[in-house]
Design a protein around this ligand. Structure first.
Ligand code: COA
Ligand code: MG
Length: 290
């Protein structure tokens, strides 16, 4: 999953447009993008939409309302019969929330006659201050756990920050920490690290800069909110042919050497190179080009 496009669950027009936008994953939102008064209507729209989209090559996630809202059970009752590929859990407090959602999914999979464990989970971490202190708890939480992302907006609202970005567009220190913790928590849990949204959708250069920084640091994809953002993110997270060839050569050279160091075209290689090469191949697989 390179690009994950948010679509408000109560917008039939945007839902209809979404599959042609080129995103690897469509995240149908029942949370913040849907006003409280529109939640019931949105559930009905999403339920029908998922049924009509069954068999599509694109993957569909539904962002339900948080566990603490009292809305999540009705959200899941409505959407699970439509067999989404996964559920995005906002304001996740940690591994225990993934386990709690897994139990809710298991019951509904049984009711809908779906194989147990078929619906995956993608939590949004770092949306609450308390969740920051439980980032290590995601490790081993559930076999459904597929990817982890992070959020800066709800976190900055909770601490009543004046802003979460510097004048140059970079995140301020508290949100850089949240981003790093997400990257490490995802890697430790062996799930895909996904960078958060860049909400200024008319600023293509800003999106490019943030996506390149995410790729540099080890994220494998990025969430987006507008169709114009999809191609930028897809392009940045798709490795070039040359980098795939080099990654395979690094892995081969290491396998042949059988020791802790190897050489390739006069350059010394160590474990860092192998890890990076594996990451490139993971990205290539995610882009379905190998
Ligand atoms: N998915 C599918 N289609 C979308 C879309 C999306 N996320 N965002 C915009 N479009 C469509 C619009 O409907 C419009 O279609 P049209 O040309 O047929 O009229 C076209 O793309 C261009 O949209 P534009 O006019 O540039 O933007 P907008 O003002 O209509 O919408 C947003 C701006 C931010 C409201 C919209 O992009 C959006 O709803 N994004 C998702 C928000 C969300 O889910 N947030 C929750 C997570 S942070
Ligand atoms: Mg939010």
């Amino acid at each position: 999953m390179r690009s994950l496009l948010f679509v408000p669950g109560d917008s039939e027009k945007k839902l209809e447009k979404a599959p042609a936008c080129g995103a690897d994953v469509i995240i149908i939102d029942l949370e913040d993008a849907v006003a409280p008064a529109a939640k019931v209507k949105a559930r009905g729209i999403v339920a029908e939409y998922l049924k009509s989209a069954m068999g599509s090559k694109i993957r569909f996630y539904v962002r339900v309302n948080a566990l603490s809202t009292g809305l999540i059970d009705a959200d899941l009752d409505a959407v699970i019969p439509g067999r989404p590929d996964g559920i995005m859990l906002p304001k996740s407090a940690g591994g225990a929330d993934v386990i709690a959602l897994g139990a809710k999914l298991a019951a509904r999979e049984a009711i809908s006659g779906l194989p147990e464990g078929s619906i995956k989970i993608l939590p949004i971490s770092t949306e609450t201050t308390a969740s920051i202190f439980d980032m290590g708890s995601y490790r081993g939480a559930s076999a459904r756990f597929e990817a982890l992302t992070w959020g800066a907006e709800d976190l900055s609202a909770e601490v009543a920050a004046e802003t979460n970005r510097m004048p140059d567009g970079n995140y301020t220190e508290p949100y850089r920490l949240a981003r790093s913790l997400c990257l490490f928590a995802a890697t430790a849990a062996e799930v895909t690290p996904i960078d958060t949204v860049f909400t200024n959708f008319r600023d293509g250069e800003g999106l490019k800069k943030e996506s390149l920084a995410a790729r540099r640091d080890g994220f494998l994809g990025k969430m987006v909110i507008h169709p114009d953002q999809v191609s930028v993110v897809n392009q940045i997270f798709t490795p070039t042919k040359e980098s795939i060839v080099r990654a395979k050569a690094i892995i081969d050279a290491f396998a042949k050497s059988g020791v802790g160091v190897a050489s390739l075209n006069g350059e010394m290689l160590d474990m860092l190179h192998v890890k990076y090469a594996e990451r490139v191949l993971l990205r290539a697989k995610a882009a379905k080009i190998i």
